[in-house]
Write a protein that binds this ligand. Structure first.
Ligand code: SF4
Ligand code: SF4
Length: 87
């Protein structure tokens, strides 16, 4: 049995960029004058787009994570959040 030579790593490696997330994205708008701060949207957004600010009102902290699932705008009791599908 012949021994295989150990593989040597390439002298130079290129750093691959992380793949862009596929799938739909959404643009989230919060109408703060209508929002009562119930936090339903923050609690149930499946991707964690929204966080509460110091006044306990939602802000769009991670817009790039929105998948335009429309959970938040279909469940907001005050119609204070709107999501527009952008791709
Ligand atoms: S669900 Fe509507 S009213 Fe409640 S915190 Fe979110 S935007 Fe405001
Ligand atoms: S549309 Fe879905 S992913 Fe986007 S903010 Fe609302 S609940 Fe989160």
């Amino acid at each position: 049995m012949t021994e295989q030579p150990a593989a040597t790593p390439p002298a130079e490696t290129t750093q691959a960029k992380p793949a862009a997330r596929k799938g739909p994205r959404g643009q989230v708008t919060i109408f703060s004058n209508w929002c009562k701060g119930c936090s339903i949207c923050v609690s149930f957004c499946p991707t964690g787009v929204l966080v509460l600010d110091e006044d306990e009102h939602p802000v769009v902290a991670y817009p790039e994570k929105c998948t335009a699932c429309h959970w938040c705008d279909t469940h907001c009791p005050d119609f204070a959040i709107v999501v527009k599908k952008i791709e």
